[in-house]
Design a binder for this molecule. Structure first.
Ligand code: FAS
Ligand code: PHB
Length: 414
């Protein structure tokens, strides 16, 4: 049964407002918000997704590229995985390159057959939006002036409410719960009263300059390269499109990076003594992504539950951001299901604790991969030798390789 949010008109502060009613109001149509909406629908729990950007912007924003097995399984479970299974590329390993030599980390052998899927985040978003609308979901794009109220712990008179404007008209969405899936620049986290949240943060003295190029990938699997001049990563989006990254300054000016300089630096940092060469192509997109580790505790307050980048940020080195967002909402959806089907409050009350245990382990891995593979201006000759020794150990010890492999393919979901 598909039930739409009911509509009525109320007067709030003297302004007639269109008022909608649903069970879970979801702010943000990124991986967290859209997967949550799908999972709730499968449990017969209605929700409405509110998104500031246009559908086109969300479906074209170039971001992540690596899906863990758990994320792939979940996308198939919610019926949004068919195109991913046709067009995605399954990989059973990655390569580490240093001192001109390439070392394969064999996921299949080290994790009992598990792998990863290479499938762009914006393609995942397209599939999630299409499937959710097809199943009767309500996703309101291009909303403005979003704010939330009455979600707190006090027994306030009102129900949790999301206020927003759509097509210039003031509206409100009255809910039982609000899911803050509005990313690292959203409003939900900052709506929680002072003194409730503790933030844990680390910033890095470097960023990634990323490009998309019309060039067949020069490797079947990803290459993470540690080089004297800095980190480089060879990834891909399809047999025709390469995705490549270079370590750069946090405030790098893209105008100082003409295509020729980008390719020259990639050739240098990805160089190998094994007869390998990098294929160039037309660069169709370039951008700089900052590097940060951040976690808020708790990830909930009253009837507000924070998920994904709104609750934590990882440096992209471990390819975890999207996957961690999906893991959060899997916990949250199960907790909502327990509440609505059996009246059990405990899973909702334990949401934050349940998520944070895995969040911090993924933070550790992302920090470790970032620290291991980047050149640090603060490092001295000893640190440089130590990093090389750690890479040598990592690629010559089965136990060490297995540690990387089991984290990369994805730790068990809670
Ligand atoms: P998202 O940021 O994806 O989605 C939040 C949504 O909320 C957005 O659509 C936003 O428009 C909307 N929103 C914000 N404020 C709102 C408001 N007030 N009202 C309504 N809607 C609002 N991760 C990786 O694993 N690998 C990568 O290579 C990688 N590269 C990245 C590159 C870039 C440039 C960025 C920014 C991130 C990258 N990430 C990467 C991380 C990224 O994939 C996130 O982890 C992932 O999108 C998290 O998903 P969400 O939590 O849904 O947040
Ligand atoms: C990507 O393909 O965008 C990608 C792959 C691996 C990473 C980060 C980004 O660690």
């Amino acid at each position: 049964m598909v039930t739409f949010a009911t509509r009525s008109v109320q007067v709030f502060e003297g302004i007639a407002q269109r008022s909608m009613r649903t069970k879970v109001g979801i702010i943000g149509a990124g991986p967290a918000g859209l997967v949550l909406s799908h999972l709730l629908h499968l449990q017969g729990i209605e929700s409405v997704v509110l998104e500031t950007r246009s559908r086109q912007y969300c479906e074209e924003r170039v971001r992540a590229g690596v899906l863990e097995q758990g994320t792939v399984d979940l996308l198939n479970e919610i019926g949004a995985g068919a195109r991913m299974m046709r067009e995605g590329m399954v990989h059973y390993g990655v390569n580490l390159r240093f001192s001109g030599r390439t070392h394969h980390i064999d996921f299949r052998e080290l994790t009992g057959g598990r792998g990863i899927m290479i499938y762009a985040q914006h393609e995942v978003i397209k599939d999630l939006v299409k499937a959710r609308l097809a199943s009767g979901g309500q996703i309101l794009f291009e909303v403005e002036d979003v704010s939330i109220r009455d979600f707190g712990e006090t027994k306030s008179s009102g129900k949790p409410t999301i206020l927003f404007r759509k097509d210039g008209e003031a509206q409100q969405l009255v809910c039982d719960f609000i899911a803050g899936c509005d990313g690292s620049h959203g409003i939900c986290r900052s709506s929680i009263p002072e003194g409730i949240i503790t933030s844990f943060e680390r910033t890095y003295p470097f960023a990634w300059l990323g490009i998309l190029a019309e060039a067949p990938p020069s490797s079947e699997e990803l290459i993470y390269s540690y080089h004297d001049r800095g980190f480089a990563l060879l990834s891909m989006r399809s047999p025709q499109i390469s995705r490549l990254y270079l370590q750069c300054k946090p405030d790098e000016d893209l105008n100082e990076w003409p295509d020729e300089r980008i390719w020259q630096e990639l050739h240098t940092r990805l160089t190998s003594t094994e007869g390998w060469t990098l294929t160039e192509g037309r660069i169709i997109q370039k951008g700089v992504t900052g590097m940060r580790s951040a976690v808020i505790e708790p990830m909930q307050y009253g009837k507000l539950f924070i998920a994904g980048d709104a609750a934590h940020i990882v440096p992209p080195t471990g390819a975890k951001g999207l996957n961690l967002a999906v893991a959060d909402v899997r916990v949250l959806a199960r907790a909502f299901s327990e509440y609505y089907s059996a009246g059990r409050q405990n899973p909702l009350e334990a949401y934050s604790i349940t998520c944070l245990r895995r969040v911090w382990k993924v933070q550790r891995f992302s920090w470790w991969m970032t620290s291991l593979l980047h050149r640090w201006e603060s490092e001295n000759a000893f640190d440089h030798r130590r990093q090389l020794a750690e890479l040598d150990y990592l690629t010559s010890s089965r136990a060490a390789s297995q540690t990387l492999a089991e984290n990369y393919v994805g730790l068990p979901m809670e």
